[in-house]
Design a protein around this ligand. Structure first.
Ligand code: C2E
Ligand code: CA
Ligand code: CA
Length: 763
């Protein structure tokens, strides 16, 4: 969990550095470029527009001056005027009509003055009306400089708008007056107003009037550039809010152009709100740009979010993969059910331990096998079996040290590897701890179950060093432990190996013997009536005459047959033999032993019935002897098989009664017909042991339950008498006869037991 959080934190950091940072930088650069570009474009566009307006303004002013001179020319270059002025008293009405009034009406000139050779005004008109010279006096200081220039009294050179006698016009001359017209035209501030002023020599163009130089009349015209004129200029050039001020006092971003005369003198300022197309454009473009950049940033953020989700999904997939890889690795080396190491991991640990064993360390392999696992599985179900195995795994793991290994190899097979053992006693202690752990009942979904365990032990370097050898030898020891009974442990000793080899050889020989069919024989041991002493039945007992080993006792080879699975085949052969013999002596029952192994395969009842019937024998003639193990195994399969056998007509006898659990509930549940008291009890009768009491009690109980009671292993008359008195129904033992071949039984039946019959009658 902590690792996952750490991973997320580092992922977040990497994502921020590798994705978000570049995206942020790109977005920032885009914003800066867009902003700067917009700003630059606005500035450029505004500058350009202002420059253009400024230029228009300058041109308009220049044009005003040139226009003034051009218009003035029409009045000043006029022979009638020269003639009129040549009079001693020029007619002022004529002057009003043809000069002052005319210029004002025609061209809107504001002031007109005519000066004589001494610069004394002879005529003055203001706004087209004759003026009593008040205005001229006020204007004179401004006009004087221009008049001086026109008269040639001022050294100022000719410029754009003027043509004087002092020189030729300059290259930038713009006036449209005739070349012979002498005039000085300028801008200036007059009465605090901007004005174009033109001073022109009055002459006659056609030279019909001769004037002396320096004595000519001059005409001064003034047109104010504010008011109507300014309005016109602004209107023509689409300039808003044009105004004139003698001082530079622009308000609210007004642009200003100084009113400059040709000598560079400033005469106030024209000011206006400049047309700013850049700013207008920006007003449109800024929201668009903001929207576009926002959309871009949003798209980038969405992209980043998508990327982040993808990266996280990818990261979690990778993490899942790693986890599942780790899980797969764990699974490969561990048992699914218990989580304990499996065979592969055990092999690996054994291999490592081998190296230590070579250096002298002692280690031990313990193989374990539950005594009643199959029964739990069969009776309580596989789920309960799994619970048992799991709990057992936990208990085993809890009693071991961390250096030891407990592995589950499958089923109820567990193996323990003890490492670095200091003393043999340690193994013994571990075994005791295992038994103690097993002793406690296992709670399997509400059912308390008790199990036993068998342990086989092989230690290195004494038994072997090679891991597989160690395992094999521990298995052999386990086998011996199991053979020795419940809750046993056995250390491997070399003789066990011999025994195993012997068993294997016997198994091979038994298989061969079965195939050939000449070495195996069935003998029959009589069972007699405890009341009459008459033979009432025969127990079929298997005999094996091995050509090399001689006669082999069933106690020895039956377990081998059971283990190798040959028992079914053997039993069926015995059963067929017994059924055949039953036909020979119809007044006797024939008892046949069934192995618990046979109950593990289904179809036992059907097979048994079929075999018996196939020889023409009625199942009621056959008594099947089962051991308590069969009942204890308690599985549904056993129960159904027994019930099926009984309903087919077979009688069921419980063999070796008293050696196992001897549970009465079993007797009741399985409805056996007969119990056979084990020969170990018979043997101890009358020797002052508990056996006597037990036998008496068992007989009483059996009879109370309505069962036939047989005693096995009756060897003495005392035993016979005791058992008969105790209430046994039937007796079996060497006292009457050992198991004999069929032919010998025939002889016996012919009358050999008559003597015993007399004796029983006495008893
Ligand atoms: P079991 O079923 O308890 O058979 C009785 C055993 O007691 C026989 O041993 C018999 O010879 C022996 N016996 C009989 N009377 C006396 C006596 O007075 N004293 C003593 N000490 N022993 C007596 P056997 O024939 O060696 O068989 C041993 C066991 O082998 C049988 O015990 C039975 O469990 C098994 N067995 C024998 N034949 C078969 C067979 O065909 N099928 C199966 N499944 N088991 C068989
Ligand atoms: Ca028997
Ligand atoms: Ca028996």
């Amino acid at each position: 969990m902590l690792r996952a959080i750490g991973n997320i934190a580092s992922l977040r950091w990497r994502f921020a550095r590798q994705v978000m940072l570049p995206i942020g930088v790109v977005a920032l650069v885009a914003i800066v470029i867009a902003g700067a570009g917009l700003w630059w474009m606005t500035q450029e566009s505004n500058h350009f527009a202002i420059a253009k307006q400024e230029e228009k303004m300058r041109r308009a002013i220049a044009a005003a001056v040139d226009d003034l001179a051009y218009e003035q020319q029409s009045a000043a270059q006029c022979a009638p005027l020269v003639r009129e002025l040549a009079k001693d008293h020029p007619d002022s009405a004529w002057l009003d009509e043809n000069v002052g009034g005319w210029l004002n009406q025609m061209f809107g000139h504001d002031q007109v003055y005519i000066l004589d050779a001494n610069d004394v005004p002879v005529y003055a008109a203001v706004e087209g009306a004759p003026d009593p010279m008040g205005a001229f006096r006020k204007a004179q200081p401004v006009l004087a400089a221009l008049i001086d220039r026109e008269r040639g009294r001022s050294p100022l050179p000719n410029a754009r708008h003027s043509r004087t006698s002092l020189g030729t016009p300059g290259p930038d001359f713009t006036a449209r007056t005739r070349p012979e017209t002498v005039h000085v035209s300028e801008v200036a501030a007059l009465f605090g107003r901007p004005a174009a002023i033109s001073v022109m020599k009055i002459s006659a163009p056609k030279h019909d009037v001769v004037e002396r130089p320096g004595s000519a009349f001059i005409m001064v015209v003034v047109v104010f550039l504010d008011g109507r004129y300014l309005h016109q200029v602004a209107h023509r050039n689409m300039i808003d809010g044009m105004r004139y001020s003698s001082v530079a006092d622009p308000v609210g971003g007004e642009h200003l152009v100084p009113l400059v005369d040709e000598a560079g003198g400033q005469h106030g300022y024209f000011m206006w709100q400049p047309d700013l197309p850049g700013t207008k454009m920006m007003r449109v473009l800024v929201p668009i740009t903001i929207a576009s950049v926002s959309a871009l940033i949003l798209a980038l953020l969405l992209l980043a979010r998508w990327l982040w989700n993808s990266v996280r999904a990818l990261e979690s997939t990778v993490a899942d993969l790693q986890t599942s890889e780790a899980q797969a690795q764990h699974l490969a080396l561990h048992d699914m059910l218990t989580g304990l190491p499996n065979r592969a991991l055990l092999a690996d640990r054994l291999e490592r331990a081998r190296a230590r064993a070579r250096r002298g360390a002692m280690l031990a392999v313990l193989t374990l096998d539950l005594d009643r696992f199959k029964q739990v599985n069969d009776t309580l179900g596989h789920h309960a079996g799994d619970m048992l195995i799991k709990e057992l795994g936990l208990r085993l793991a809890s009693i071991l040290q961390s250096t030891d290994t407990v592995a589950r190899l499958g089923g109820d097979e567990f193996t323990i590897l003890l490492c670095d053992i200091e003393h043999d006693d340690n193994i013994e202690k571990v075994c005791q701890r295992i038994f103690a752990a097993i002793q406690r009942p296992f709670d399997l979904a509400g059912t308390n179950v008790y199990v036993g365990i068998s342990i086989g032990i092989a230690s290195a370097p004494v038994a072997a060093i090679d891991p597989s050898e160690l395992m094999r030898k521990a298995d052999i020891a386990l086998y011996c432990a199991k053979a020795a009974g419940r809750n046993c442990h056995r250390y491997f000793v070399p003789s066990m190996d011999e025994a195993v080899k012997f068993r294997r050889a016997v198994e091979d020989e038994l298989r061969a013997a079965l195939a050939r069919g000449d070495e195996l024989q069935v003998h029959y041991q009589p069972e007699v009536s405890a009341y009459t002493g008459a033979i009432i039945g025969l127990e079929a007992l298997l005999r094996w005459n091995n050509p090399t080993r001689g006669t082999i006792a069933p106690d020895m080879f039956i377990p081998i047959a059971e283990e190798s699975g040959l028992i079914t085949q053997i039993s069926e052969w015995v059963l067929a033999e017994a059924a055949r013999v039953a036909l020979r002596w119809p007044h006797l029952f024939i008892a046949v032993n069934l192995s618990p192994i046979q109950f593990r395969s289904s179809g036992l009842a059907e097979r048994t019935t079929e075999i018996v019937r196939s020889v023409g024998c009625d199942p009621t003639r056959i008594e099947l002897e089962v051991t308590e193990t069969v009942l204890i195994e308690d599985s549904e399969q056993c129960q159904t098989a027994l019930e099926a056998l009984r309903s087919a007509g077979f009688r069921i006898a419980l063999d070796d009664f008293g050696t196992g659990y001897s549970s009465l509930s079993h007797l009741r549940r399985f409805q056996v017909d007969k119990i056979k008291i084990d020969r170990s009890f018979t043997k101890n009768i009358g020797e002052g042991t508990e056996s006597t009491a037990i036998v008496a009690a068992v007989v009483a109980l059996g009879r109370a339950m309505g069962l036939t009671v047989t005693a096995e292993g009756v060897e003495t008359h005392d035993q016979m008498r005791f058992l008969a008195i105790a209430g046994c129904n039937q007796l079996q033992g060497y006292l009457f006869s050992p198991a004999l071949p069929e032919d010998a039984i025939a002889g016996l039946l012919a009358g050999q037991y008559d003597a015993h019959r007399a004796e029983i009658a006495v008893a």
